[in-house]
Write a protein that binds this ligand. Structure first.
Ligand code: DX5
Ligand code: ZN
Length: 232
């Protein structure tokens, strides 16, 4: 199964978000990554469920919400209602992680758990069997356009081994500074989903070129979808 690409809309042009999201789908991207920040867990404030719903009206792709939010329990239902199919919370932001993961699944979405660069991979040992996605941050969360931290590669290798040893189907995602210079290393380390914001939406040749360049490094051929932009 080839690795998937999840463009992060944090780097999109919010003046034409629907067009940018539709362009990702036409270019063959697999899911849309929605970065939610509360200015508490991270020093930035971004978007909420309404933006997720707008993305859902603009494409037919899986929507995954990355909640960089302290104690996210109270906002999870609104993202599920907005059509988000996968919700990732942070290990560092949840006091009762099993309870939060169970709540996401009970509400009908797939649960993911993310760890920051300074958080060891084995901190996911006790929750790995309960989740559908483990997210390795390759930057300190809060902003797009940051430099990829190479330490993420070893953590991907470690988690790939943990997942395979246990025979789990948990996805392994990497997020932050992913571009043509490190995408192949991430895939070779065992990542099954790559998140990319700047290298997709700020690509000199536009979204299709950005997606195609990453696909080439991921060992995939672009599978453009012949779909007119759908903005409702
Ligand atoms: C950072 C976010 C990432 C980021 C990715 O806190 O979680 O998803 O937006 O954007 P780039 O690819 O530009 O680093
Ligand atoms: Zn993210």
């Amino acid at each position: 199964m080839p690795a998937e690409l999840a463009p992060s809309i944090l780097a999109a042009d919010f003046a034409k978000l629907g067009e940018d999201v539709a362009a990702c789908e036409r270019a063959g991207a697999d899911r849309i990554h929605i970065d939610v920040m509360d200015n508490h867990f991270v020093p930035n404030l971004t978007m909420g469920p309404e933006v997720a719903a707008a993305c859902g009206r603009s494409c037919g792709l899986l929507l995954e919400a990355h909640l960089m939010v302290e104690e996210p329990d109270s906002i999870i239902p609104a993202f599920v209602a907005a059509g988000v199919g996968l919700i990732t919370v942070h290990y560092e932001a949840c006091r009762q992680l099993h309870r939060t993961v169970s709540a996401i699944r009970r509400l009908g979405a797939r649960p993911g758990v993310g760890i920051n660069p300074a958080t060891p991979a084995d901190f996911l040992t006790q929750i790995l069997d309960e989740i559908d996605l483990a997210l390795v941050m390759s930057v300190d969360p809060g902003f797009g356009g940051q430099e990829f931290q190479r330490g993420a590669i070893a953590k991907l290798v470690e988690l790939r081994s943990m997942i395979d040893t246990r025979g789990l189907s948990c996805e392994l995602e990497v997020d932050g500074g992913v571009d043509a210079s490190n995408a192949a290393a991430c895939v070779n380390a065992g990542a099954t989903v790559l998140v990319a914001g700047t290298s997709v939406f700020r690509a000199p040749g536009g979204v299709a070129a950005g997606v195609g360049c990453l696909f080439a490094k991921m060992g995939r051929s672009a599978t453009p979808v012949d779909r007119p932009p759908s903005i409702s």
